[in-house]
Design a protein around this ligand. Structure first.
Ligand SMILES: N[C@@H](CCC(=O)N[C@@H](CS)C(=O)NCC(=O)O)C(=O)O
Length: 233
């Protein structure tokens, strides 16, 4: 039996943060599959492993503990798999980075496709995306990150905040090269730590698997099509 059951759509997007934390920690998981997720979502709340509106959702098979909401899942994995820093301050910073990443992917998909991107709305959004990138850059700078060494919160080795950082920016940059170019220009230290952490064998393997399993897909649906249209990707 795998260490976890993981419930997420057949795409990277929000689920990839959880997959990356599991892969980084050397854990195994079984993907529940889209049919199971849909049935659970549309079934009785009383039958849900944990009440949830939408995936990701994770079940720890050893303890039978189920948890939803991406930041809560990462907190659980971070704590139970020792992926978090020791100090209270840096643990809170880690969760702040996780929530920032969740906000960025909500913004880049206009809250899951409530509206579609147009050239005008994308151009208006670009300074805000650059501001998000600058948050990572400033955080890294304050903790001694350089373009070719260090980690986001000043740890000696990669931790959850670095895994989340690498997953956020590498997944996006690989699928939308213009965002990759923006990151290199706006946040070169962040681009550097993203490259180094993404190159760790477990994460490089996961990224190759995502490419194999999901192709170019990022978040799917019409919102991905509109993102591709404005970015020429
Ligand atoms: N705040 C939740 C958002 C969950 C969410 O929006 N999930 C999307 C996929 S990324 C979904 O399929 N939602 C279906 C729904 O809300 O009906 C989290 O961070 O996990």
């Amino acid at each position: 039996m795998a260490d976890y059951y993981f419930y997420y759509w057949h795409m990277p997007f929000r689920g990839q943060f959880v997959r990356a934390a599991l892969a980084f920690a050397g854990k195994t998981w079984t993907e529940a599959g889209e049919g199971v997720i849909s049935d659970l979502m549309h079934g009785s709340v009383s039958l849900m492993p944990v009440p949830f509106m939408g995936p990701p959702m994770l079940i720890d098979t050893k303890t039978d503990f189920a948890i939803a909401q991406m930041p809560a899942i990462l907190l659980y994995l971070g704590e139970s798999l020792s992926l978090m820093p020791n100090s209270h301050a840096m643990r809170a910073m880690t969760l702040k980075i996780v929530n920032d990443a969740n906000d960025v992917i909500d913004e880049i998909t206009l809250d899951g496709g409530r509206a579609m991107w147009t050239t005008a709305s994308w151009e208006k959004f670009v300074p805000r995306l650059e501001k998000w990138m600058s948050f990572w850059e400033e955080t890294g700078r304050r903790h001694g990150l350089t373009a070719d060494a260090g980690f986001l919160l000043g740890s000696k080795g990669p931790e959850l905040a670095d895994v989340v950082t690498a997953t956020l920016w590498s997944t996006m940059a690989e699928r939308f090269p213009k965002i990759g170019e923006m990151l290199e220009e706006t946040a070169p230290l962040t681009a550097g730590v993203t490259r180094r952490v993404s190159a760790l064998p477990a994460l490089a393997k996961l990224s190759a698997k995502a490419r194999h399993d999901y192709g170019d897909a990022y978040c799917g649906g019409q919102i991905e099509a509109s993102l591709r249209a404005v970015l020429g990707a």
